[in-house]
Design a protein around this ligand. Structure first.
Ligand code: GAR
Length: 206
């Protein structure tokens, strides 16, 4: 039997994407194991979700490190101590450095609430509403050194309605996030993702 993929999830807030991945694993539909959940903030609900499912948690406060590289060095040490093979950013509101990316090449994923390359960075849903686009959505991508610029794994599209607020659009997008993030992790776990320049090629099922 092959070893299960060990996932480390990084969070900063609510953790609904973490929950979606936990649920997929517990349903037996994702052969992987979340070995740790790390937050840069104490008292976030994502940590409660992890504890509720018996997953080890850590708070690594960015304010107690001398800079981004020092913080990521500590992150790498913690992730390695758990034997992590895939790092999943799930609402982790920090820019990561080459220290983390070099330690986990093509093995750091993020989800962003827009159809990249449109509306990177903060407040993507608000940016979409202000621009007046008719569709938006979400993107799962491998992380590179830019902000939301890495090779795209899966995207999902939702309509933008005339009476949408940031809240209603965000809720519609999140429903899709909870579908495609576990799916992307599943493809990674099955060894079906290959990065070819900017493109992620998804191998057909054997
Ligand atoms: C998600 O909507 C995710 O797309 C977004 O934060 C939310 C976290 O929700 N991420 C970013 O904006 C990253 N730039 P969650 O904590 O409930 O999973």
């Amino acid at each position: 039997m092959t070893d299960l993929l060990k996932i480390g999830v990084l969070v900063s807030g609510n953790g609904s994407n973490l929950q979606a991945i936990i649920d997929r694993i517990e349903a037996g539909a994702l052969p992987a194991q979340i070995v740790c959940v790390i937050s840069n903030k104490a008292d976030v609900f994502a940590l409660e979700r992890a504890k509720h499912h018996g997953i080890p948690t850590h708070v690594l406060d960015h304010r107690s490190h001398a800079g981004r590289e020092a913080y990521d060095t500590a992150l790498v040490e913690l992730l390695r101590s758990h034997g992590v093979g895939l790092v999943v950013l799930a609402g982790f509101m920090r820019i990561v450095t080459p220290v983390l990316l070099g330690a986990f090449p093509h093995a750091v994923m993020n989800i962003h609430p827009a159809l990249l390359p449109a509306f990177p960075g903060l407040h993507a849903q608000q940016q979409a509403l202000q621009y007046g686009v008719k569709v938006s959505g979400c993107t799962v991508h491998f992380v590179d050194e830019g902000t939301d610029t890495g090779p795209i794994i899966i995207q999902a599209v939702v309509p933008v309605l005339d009476d949408d607020t940031e809240e209603t659009l965000s809720a519609r997008i999140q429903k899709e996030e909870h579908r495609i993030y576990p799916e992307a992790v599943s493809l990674f776990a099955a060894g079906r993702l290959a990065v070819d320049g900017r493109r992620v090629v998804i191998a057909p099922t054997a």
